[in-house]
Structures are given as C-alpha cells and as structure tokens.
Design a protein around this ligand. Structure first.
Ligand SMILES: *[C@@H]1O[C@H](CO)[C@@H](O)[C@H](O)[C@H]1NC(C)=O
Ligand SMILES: *[C@@H]1O[C@H](CO)[C@@H](O)[C@H](O)[C@H]1NC(C)=O
Length: 169
C-alpha cells in the first residue's frame, strides 16, 4: 500500500466516522405518567398529552381498591362497560402499559367512575418525533444543531489536515 492510498483510506474512515457522529440520535419512547383517580374527567388530560406515539409507555398510578385499569374495546369505552375486558389490572400501586401498536387504545375504570369521565381513548401515531417531549423540542433541536455544527467543524478540520498531508506526499 502506498502512502497516498493509505492516506485516502484514512480520509474515508474519518469521513465515515464524522458522518456517524453527525447523525441525530434515535427517538426514545416516551413515558407518560397518569395519576389515575376517581371523580376525574380525563378528556382534557388526553388532549393535553397528545400526540401519543407507538411504543410510548403509559404508566398509571392509582390507589389499590379505589381504582382499576381495564383495557376495553371501543364499545366498552363508549358504554363504560368492563364486562368484556381485553386486559385488566388492579394490583399494586402502578401499572405500566406499552402502546406498541398504531391504533386507538381504550382504558376505563370498572368501579363506576368511568361515567364521570374516568376513561381514556388514546390514539397512537406511527412516527415518533426525532426528539422526545414536545415541550422540550425547541431546546433539543437547538442542542442537536449545535452538536451537528461542532462535529462538522471537526470534520472540516480533519479534511483540511488530510488535504495538506496529501499535497506533501
Ligand atoms: C379482571 O380479570 C380477572 C381475571 O382475569 C377477572 O376475574 C375479573 O373479573 C376482571 N375484572 C374486570 C373488571 O374485568
Ligand atoms: C368531560 O370533559 C369533556 C370536555 O371538557 C366534556 O365534553 C365531557 O362531557 C365530560 N364528561 C363528563 C362525563 O363529565
């Protein structure tokens, strides 16, 4: 291998490395916590926490004996009917559920509070945003841009050094 070809190989390797560093980090699944309690109308909560994305986690915190979490179908949701549960949970103090499909999930409390609004219809969307919580997206975008700029600077410096070295060979 001549010095020139090994230099070129080194340049290619550096370029690949810089390209990897400049890539934005993958989107992580969000963890959305919900204080699941009687006499609460969760209709506004759903609006405030939308959009939900596939793979997000929904973590219910409740007091055992005061509330349960029953996953039902659309009919069960509309009628506050827990007699055909897809899944139900009432043990402990919390219940974490991953929204691992793109669809509408329905949850109700079977203790009668559903009629007062203790129910959730959560529609998950396909593509997660590149940066997690919407509230922090501006900040994350700025950080990502700064990160990309700093790596671009490193890349340009490396290329300039290599170009200078290649001229010397
Ligand atoms: C929850 O599931 C258990 C066992 O599968 C069942 O006995 C119970 O009736 C269910 N409760 C509700 C509210 O669906
Ligand atoms: C819950 O709140 C929504 C929006 O404010 C309202 O439309 C709905 O009627 C309420 N539900 C109950 C059961 O009070």
């Amino acid at each position: 291998m001549t010095t020139r070809t090994s230099m070129a190989a080194a340049a290619a390797a550096l370029l690949a490395l810089a390209a990897c560093l400049a890539l934005p980090s993958g989107a992580a699944a969000n963890k959305i916590t919900i204080n699941w309690k009687p006499n609460t109308n969760y209709s506004d909560w759903v609006t405030q926490h939308s959009p939900f994305y596939k793979d997000d986690w929904l973590v219910f915190y409740y007091t055992a004996g005061q509330a349960d979490v029953v996953q039902v179908d659309e009919t069960g949701y509309n009628k506050c009917d827990a007699s055909n549960p897809i899944y139900n949970y009432s043990k402990g103090r919390s219940f974490a559920f991953q929204l691992n499909e793109t669809k509408t999930y329905y949850f109700i409390c079977s203790y009668g509070y559903c009629f007062g609004g203790m129910r959730l219809a959560i529609k998950t969307e396909k593509l997660p945003p590149p940066s997690p919580p919407p509230s922090a997206s501006h900040k994350s975008a700025a950080v990502a841009a700064a990160f990309a700029r700093s790596h671009a600077a490193v890349l340009y410096a490396a290329v300039a050094v290599l170009a200078a070295l290649l001229r010397m060979v």
